[in-house]
Every structure is written in structure tokens, then in C-alpha cells.
Design a protein around this ligand. Structure first.
Ligand SMILES: Cc1cc2nc3c(=O)[nH]c(=O)nc-3n(C[C@H](O)[C@H](O)[C@H](O)COP(=O)(O)O)c2cc1C
Length: 222
């Protein structure tokens, strides 16, 4: 790490340390949000156009909205589920081929997997599985936690794997404090500028369905 990056890392670490004590603790944003691995199976679509009691294992049912998300500690997952429900969309979890351990998520360790990946713009963590029937979706929400001020590198892997032509892309993130910054614009660049990328939004894990519905109305969806 060069000197400038090291100073930035120290400042960010200090700031993050004040804001949240442990990344593995999903309660930093919302009590009751499950931590650890998602209940959504790798590469499987979970439909929200079925009753709430659904196990989530049914195939996607109609609809042209897809909510793609990556989440390690449950915050982005919770926001994604609220969007999918409000937009009657299908949900898809980006599942890393190699899951992130608590040690991997340690932003205080400059040798942790996430620190190394985020410091390497060419890092492309492998994804397990893929979106089924990609072509049928015309609106795609894409959600992720902010890591070191931007999207995790696995989002780079995702956007380089799909063709966004004709799709409206809507980034969203969760974070401890940082805004969404230029992460959405950065993903658009990696997507070769394909698709219509709208301004992204930072959400919290406990964002209400009503707030999401107003956002959808602003976006002209639903
Ligand atoms: C490696 C790492 C880096 C992070 N960097 C930031 C950051 O730069 N700014 C911030 O506000 N939060 C940062 N966070 C906190 C996460 O963005 C926040 O906890 C997020 O809601 C986690 O989402 P998830 O539960 O969906 O994984 C970081 C967390 C980790 C693990």
C-alpha cells in the first residue's frame, strides 16, 4: 500500500471504528437482520410475487423487475427484499464461489481478503451460479454494501458478466456511514456504458416498504 493509500486507510479505519464496532454484526443497522449466509440458495431466484409465507424456493413468477444483491452480513439483503416485495420483482443473490469469512471482512487488517481485493482494481472474485432468464428483465436493481468507499469487487465481476443493453439499472447500497458516491457510475463504466443507469441510493436495512414505494413512484416504476 503506498503512503497516500495507507493514510487514507488509517483515516477510514478510525472513522469506521467509531461508527461500527464489528462488521460481522448485522445489528449495526437493523436489529433482527440475519447475519451470515443468506437463505437464498446459490444461483436460485426467489420470487416475491408469491405469498409472504413462501419459502422463497419457487421459480420466478412473471414480472420484469430483478433485484440483484450482494450481502455478507444481511443489511443489503434486507433492503433488497423490501425492494423486491414493493416492486413485485424477482430477487437474485450474488453468491461468491468462495464465501467471505469474518476474517475476510476485517477492515482493520490490511492483509485481509477484502482489503487486498478492494486495493486491487483488477480483482474479480468468482461468482457461483448465474441469473436465469436474464433477457426477460427490463429493470434491474443492483445492491451491495459499501466497502472502502465503493462497491465490492465481486460487483465488478457481475457487471462484466452480463449484457445490460436495453435495461434500466438502479444501484443501491447499504453502509455504516458512507454515501453511494460514484460506485454506481463506476459499475456503469465496467458495463461498457450499456443500459440506462439511474442515480443510485443509499438505503438502510430497515428501510420501510412505504419509503421504497415512494422511490419507485419517483422512478416511474409500479
Ligand atoms: C471490508 C469492509 C469495508 C467497509 N467499508 C465501509 C466504508 O468505506 N464506509 C462505510 O460507511 N461502511 C463500510 N463498511 C460497512 C458496510 O458497508 C456495512 O456494514 C454494510 O451495511 C454491510 O452490508 P451487508 O450486511 O449487506 O454485507 C465496510 C464493511 C466491510 C466489511
Amino acid at each position: 500500500m503506498n503512503r497516500k493509500k495507507r493514510i487514507a486507510a488509517i483515516l477510514l479505519t478510525a472513522a469506521l471504528g467509531l461508527i461500527f464496532s464489528a462488521c460481522g454484526d448485522a445489528s449495526s443497522e437493523s436489529a433482527g437482520v440475519p447475519s451470515g449466509a443468506s437463505a437464498v440458495e446459490s444461483g436460485q431466484a426467489e420470487s416475491f410475487s408469491v405469498p409472504a409465507a413462501s419459502t422463497g424456493s419457487e421459480p420466478a413468477a412473471g414480472g420484469s423487475t430483478l433485484v440483484v444483491y450482494f450481502s455478507c452480513t444481511g443489511n443489503t439483503k434486507a433492503a433488497a427484499q423490501t425492494i423486491a416485495k414493493a416492486a413485485n420483482g424477482t430477487i437474485y443473490e450474488i453468491t461468491p464461489a468462495q464465501p467471505y469469512t469474518d476474517a475476510d471482512l476485517n477492515y482493520n487488517d490490511e492483509k485481509s481478503r477484502t482489503t487486498i481485493e478492494q486495493n486491487d482494481p483488477s480483482a474479480r472474485p468468482e461468482i457461483s451460479g448465474s441469473v436465469e432468464n436474464w433477457e426477460k428483465y427490463d429493470t434491474v436493481f443492483i445492491g451491495y454494501p459499501i466497502w472502502w468507499g465503493t462497491a465490492p469487487r465481486i460487483l465488478d465481476t457481475f457487471v462484466e458478466s452480463y449484457d445490460f443493453t436495453g435495461k434500466t439499472m438502479i444501484p443501491f447500497c447499504t453502509s455504516s456511514a458512507s454515501g453511494i458516491g460514484s460506485s454506481g457510475a463506476d459499475l456503469k463504466k465496467l458495463a461498457d456504458g450499456k443500459g440506462t443507469w439511474l442515480d443510485g441510493r443509499r438505503l438502510t436495512a430497515d428501510v420501510s416498504g412505504a419509503d421504497i414505494s415512494s422511490w419507485l413512484t419517483e422512478l416511474g416504476i409500479g
